[in-house]
Design a protein around this ligand. Structure first.
Ligand code: 3NM
Ligand code: MG
Length: 556
């Protein structure tokens, strides 16, 4: 009989809130969507464990939910549980199967490719399975289990294991999974319609919850729902084999559509919710207003849900220039993830600006957690930041190109480096399934399929001499993202990825405004440039609103 592994709860009596028991938490989860229960009691005496197992079985069995016992084959046999789960240091799976017989479920923990091969080798062709499913982890850092040397494998490590398993045994992911990241775990690891996770396993997000019923219900809904951002991923899967488009056809599409995006910003006045750093808040707010959009700045988790519902045209910008916490493991990722959850689940666009990712390990950990937990429509950064993402965060970097990239500063790009930039941008865009914008002397945009790549040559050196010009470009990207869904990008010859269109439009508006400002007679240096730059963004937006699209002719 097929087992529904989709919402797999693992118990832990060591983290129960006051006035709850393992039984009460399990019952709340069963009433709210849990499809498998694993009893994992590392410290219980045998008699106590058997009694608890019997009581839990009395809850699961009438509901048709399998009860799986961690490690203790004797306990599983004693209560006639539906299965056993063993770790790599427990009794070998073949022995477990021999003891509990053919009709039961056997699961094994797997942390890497080597352990996967060990498990797959046990299942011989033409014979009943020794191992039915694997628990793959830890996906994220977790305080529930001491994982010793075993680092979190991340969503992309998980995906590699799913690929190698190739649906030979069923799969659940475990480790640090909760409502803020569960959809990324499920969809970010998906290889194809048939090679994907069968379920997610959680401990603390239910067992340590004061309201296990609500926690379970929220998790169950997220597991069942298809996230609004998934259609973009599917486009990517479909277009992975598409040939790269010619530069001329990309340019033609952008010239046609970019003014329409800017006009939509002036018409819709989208909300751009910033979680950003103190240095640039004021400037970013002014730049946002100049485009015709409305800025809001909030780092207050309690209002993220409300902000994400103020307008159908809203976008979130996350700028990591001021991490929230001292925690070297994640730099306060919880605050950011509270916001990404709200915007992701409503299908509203999010931009990530990984400011200063090269500066500290804390930021690298934070940004890795964000990229592996949420879906970002656009990731934008300067050359140094994007190369750091590639080299130190993504795990993508091979020796190929390493020397070339590592010797590059953040200030200038030569002709050879432009090729490197495009290659790195494209690799990251595909890896993170996002549009990637790398700013530099030439700004490079790559869409998530790798088919669309463009380099923009507009701008002025004063832009690098005022503070916040990179950060505020993120505001303009977000404003464009918030309205781009209203356009019909299929109306041009080649269908344009809307995220790519928004990012490219923002760069063009921003850098052409910079050029125009620098050319004004009253501008004598960065100080006079700054207010004039804001003026020119405003003036371009105003011209465009009135139907004058001529500024786009300056695009290089
Ligand atoms: N096994 P939480 S991680 C029980 O990687 C367990 O094998 C893991 O707990 C593995 O959902 C883990 O609270 C703990 O992070 C998962
Ligand atoms: Mg064990």
């Amino acid at each position: 009989m097929a087992i529904d592994y989709s919402f797999y709860l693992v118990t832990d009596s060591g983290m129960l809130p006051e006035d709850t028991t393992v039984l009460s938490q399990v019952e709340a989860a069963l009433e709210n969507g849990a499809t498998v229960i694993q009893l994992r009691e590392k410290t219980a005496d045998t008699r106590e464990f058997v009694a608890l197992a019997r009581a839990v079985h009395a809850l699961t069995k009438p509901r048709g939910v399998p009860l799986i016992i961690n490690d203790r084959i004797d306990v599983a046999l004693a209560v006639d549980a539906e299965g056993v789960h063993v770790g790599q240091d427990d009794m070998p799976a073949a022995q477990v199967r021999a003891l509990i017989g053919p009709g039961k479920i056997v699961g094994v923990s797997v942390h890497d490719e080597h352990e996967l091969q060990g498990v797959l080798a046990l299942n011989l062709p033409g014979q009943p399975k020794v191992v039915d499913y694997i628990g793959i982890g830890a996906v994220y850092g977790t305080k529930t289990k001491d994982l010793k040397e075993k680092y979190p494998i991340g969503v992309y490590g998980l995906k590699r294991i799913l690929e190698l398993n190739n649906a030979q045994v069923e799969t659940v992911a475990i480790g640090g999974i909760n409502p803020t990241n569960v959809q990324k775990v499920i969809y970010g690891s998906r290889v194809s319609d048939s090679v994907k996770l069968d379920g997610v396993a959680v401990v603390s997000c239910v067992m340590a919850s004061k309201d296990a019923a609500t926690a379970s219900r929220i998790l169950s809904q997220l597991i069942k729902a298809t996230p609004p951002w998934v259609h973009l991923q599917q486009q990517q899967l479909a277009s992975n084999t598409a040939p790269a488009l010619s530069a001329a056809s990309i340019e033609q599409a952008i010239r046609e559509l970019a003014p329409q995006v800017v006009r939509a910003v002036t018409q819709r006045a989208p909300l751009v919710h910033h979680i950003t750093n103190n240095v640039v808040k004021n400037f970013s707010a002014n730049v946002t207003l100049a485009t015709g959009a409305s800025p809001v700045m909030s780092e207050c988790a309690g209002e993220f849900a409300d902000f994400s519902q103020i307008s159908a045209h809203a976008a979130l910008l996350i700028n990591t220039g001021m991490p929230f916490s001292q925690d070297p493991d994640d730099g306060g990722a919880d605050i950011y993830l509270g916001a990404t959850e709200e915007y992701n689940k409503r299908g509203l666009p999010i931009t990530l600006d990984p400011v200063g990712v090269g500066a500290s390990k804390l930021r690298q950990g934070l940004i890795k957690t964000l990229l592996e937990s949420a879906f970002f429509n656009v990731v934008k950064g300067n050359e140094g930041e994007i190369f750091t993402l590639h080299r130190k965060v993504s795990g993508l970097m091979t020796d190929e190109g390493a020397a070339e990239v590592s010797t590059k500063g953040v200030d200038s790009v030569g002709a050879a480096a432009l090729r490197t930039s495009i290659r790195v941008g494209r690799a990251l865009a595909r890896h993170y399934q996002t549009t990637l914008l790398m700013t530099g002397a030439e700004d490079v945009v790559s869409d998530q399929s790798g088919a669309w790549n463009v380099a923009v040559r507009n701008g002025h050196e004063y832009m690098a001499r005022i503070t916040g010009s990179g950060c505020s470009l993120g505001s303009v990207v977000s404003a464009c993202l918030a309205v781009v869904k209203d356009l019909d990008p299929t109306s041009v010859a080649a269908a344009v990825d809307p995220n790519f269109l928004a990012a490219t439009t923002a760069v063009l508006l921003y850098t052409i405004a910079g050029e125009r400002a620098a050319a004004r007679p009253e501008v004598r240096g960065p100080g006079t440039f700054l207010p004039t730059f804001v003026d020119e963004i405003y003036l371009i937006a105003e011209e465009t609103r009135k139907g004058d699209f001529s500024w786009i002719k300056n695009a290089k």
